[in-house]
Design a protein around this ligand. Structure first.
Ligand SMILES: [Zn+2]
Length: 67
């Protein structure tokens, strides 16, 4: 096992991968809900790119910008 603290570059890419993974897991955990991918304010569907970038979002881009 390599010591990650000696490898700052590896550590940074590992952190980025972990962030991506946790976002995907969040999206996956919400995928079986009936409101998945829909805006909480008007039921507009999100574009898939928004779900992947911000799976924790409950508003579409238009509503998020207004609030
Ligand atoms: Zn909306």
């Amino acid at each position: 096992m390599e010591a990650l603290s000696d490898r700052p570059v590896h550590e940074a890419s590992l952190n980025a991968a972990n962030t991506k993974l946790s976002r995907l897991e969040t999206a996956l955990g919400k995928a079986d809900r009936p409101d998945f991918g829909l805006c909480a304010n008007g039921n507009n569907p999100f574009p898939p790119s928004r779900i992947l970038l911000m799976p924790e979002a409950t508003l579409c881009i238009l509503c998020a910008e207004k609030s």
